[in-house]
Write a protein that binds this ligand. Structure first.
Ligand code: UD1
Ligand code: CA
Length: 463
């Protein structure tokens, strides 16, 4: 069986962070999640070595095996020591794919090619390598007449060794038996005083085993994150990869360097994304949409020909030809029909708004069901909360809700009900009825003139 072992217990000191390195997000997902996804092969089992982050890992991956490496001054440290935490889960006959937990750009295809190479060549150990221009910080692949000899870490390398451009990317394939045997022989005889997994190479070669370095193309996919500058660089590479994919699929992204699209998001052709937008989570956007300003769309479904301007949309559904914004907010469970207009400063939450209904300005539509062809005036509030409980209101097709009205839930406004501006509606409104709830207007002639006189007299008294 193939066992994937992901190393994620490291302290990540270079990150200077109180968050675990592998749980730090890049384009809205934890670094480690990219690696977990990339090695999600059929008939394989994934084991993660966690440290102080083990509870977070267990919570995120209840279906995976999480092994703990104790971290602290009293405990050993190093990638080999980390792997040894999984030793009781490894059978001699297993193939083991070991991956550093801080290389989120790795692709499933490369891992597949790598494992196939390892198996086809019947290697005892295969190390993934690549050539990069600036190898600083990485372990170097040392060869003699093309024969792979060992890996030396930057810290332990001689000047000549530092000139080598072929690096260890942090991905290894072992035969289970050879992994177990070589781990036993590793010591901490190096500058860092750590158990280096990379020492397995020399050990196995000495034992007469077949060890090869598999040199892969596209070095970007092995970019390792050790500090926050590298975090930003990795995000840049990933952003480019994702945005290139969408652009080649027919999406127009005006300035790809400022658009964050999470992996797995679907976007239809001819949709235009303009401005620093974020499109995150499990989101699907249709064709011919315009997403502009600095909009954020998360876990939502947006159908064709929708326009979204400078707005935030979370866990919502928006049907065709609807337009939203600028500056509106769809909160979870907003469901908008076709050709709906949600204008400026409108908030919709846990509400259905059916076809052709319009709320152009400054409204709150919460916990309500609105039918078709309704006009929601400026400043309308669906009052849904009594201080303890939420209640729903319902407004039927063709109703008119005048500006600055309050619809105090639970209330039912029936077909073509007509609410006068400024009314606070607490009782149901029958079909076709005008409902007006406000004091009669009084006009008092001559008032201003009288007031002026009064004020003048007061001023004289004060002097
Ligand atoms: C490691 C490799 C280096 C390689 C580079 C590729 C070793 C000795 N060095 O160096 O050759 O070029 O990756 O990116 O392996 N970890 C644990 N427990 C530990 C120490 C580390 O789980 O005790 C985990 C970390 O969480 C991390 C991974 O192992 O995910 C690699 O550790 P890191 O300290 O980043 O190794 P590098 O110095 O980058
Ligand atoms: Ca690293």
């Amino acid at each position: 069986m193939l066992k994937n072992i992901i190393l994620a217990a490291g302290e990540g000191t270079r990150m200077k962070s109180s968050t675990s390195k592998v749980m730090t997000k890049i384009l809205n997902r934890e670094i480690i999640s990219y690696i977990v996804d990339a090695c999600d092969f059929k008939n394989s089992k994934t084991i993660i070595i966690g440290g102080k982050n083990k509870d977070l890992l267990k919570k995120k991956y209840p279906e995976l095996e999480i092994k703990e490496q104790k971290i602290g001054d009293d405990f050993p440290y190093g990638t080999a020591y980390a792997v040894s935490m999984a030793i009781d889960l490894i059978d001699d006959a297993d193939d083991c794919l070991i991956l550093n937990g801080d290389i989120p750009l790795i692709t499933k295809n490369s891992l597949e090619d790598f494992i196939n190479f390892h198996k086809e060549n019947n290697n005892n150990l295969t190390v993934m390598s690549t050539n990069i221009e600036n190898p600083k910080g990485y372990g170097r692949i040392i060869r003699e007449n093309e024969n792979f000899l060992k890996i030396v870490e930057e810290k332990d390398a001689s000047e000549d060794e530092r000139l080598v451009n072929e690096i260890n990317v942090g991905i290894y394939a072992f035969k289970g038996e050879d992994l177990k045997n070589s781990l036993k022989k590793i010591d901490t005889n190096n500058k860092s005083n750590e158990y280096y997994l990379t020492d397995c190479i020399e050990i196995l070669i000495k034992d007469g085993k077949k060890v090869e370095a598999y040199r892969a193309d596209n070095p970007d996919q092995f970019y390792g994150i050790n500090n926050k500058k590298e975090l930003a660089n990795a995000a840049k590479l990933l952003r480019e990869r994702i945005n290139d994919y969408h652009m080649l699929n027919g999406v127009i992204i005006e300035n790809p360097s400022i658009v964050d699209i999470e992996m797995g998001v679907k976007i239809g052709k001819d949709t235009i994304i303009s401005g620093p937008c974020k499109i995150l989570g499990i989101t699907e956007i249709g064709e011919n949409c315009i997403i502009e300003g600095s909009s954020r769309i998360e876990d939502s479904i947006i159908k064709n020909n929708v326009k979204i301007d400078n707005s935030v949309i979370e866990k919502s559904f928006v049907d065709e030809k609807t337009d939203i914004g600028p500056f509106s907010h769809l909160r979870p469970k907003a469901k908008l029909g076709k050709n709906v207009h949600i204008g400026n400063f409108v908030e919709v939450k846990n509400a259905n708004v059916d076809d052709n209904t319009k709320a152009g300005h400054l409204a709150y539509i919460g916990d309500s069901d609105l039918g078709k062809d309704i006009n929601v005036g400026c400043g309308v509030i669906f009052v849904n909360y009594d201080g303890k409980f939420k209640h729903r209101s319902k407004v039927e097709d063709g109703a008119f809700i005048g500006s600055n009205s309050n619809i105090v839930a639970p209330v039912h406004v029936k077909k073509e009900g007509y609410i006068a501006a400024g009314s606070t509606i607490t009782k149901d409104v029958e079909e076709g009825v005008l409902s007006i709830e406000r004091a009669d207007q009084k006009n008092i002639p001559g008032y201003v003139e009288k007031k002026k006189k009064r004020d003048l007299e007061k001023l004289k008294e004060q002097k």
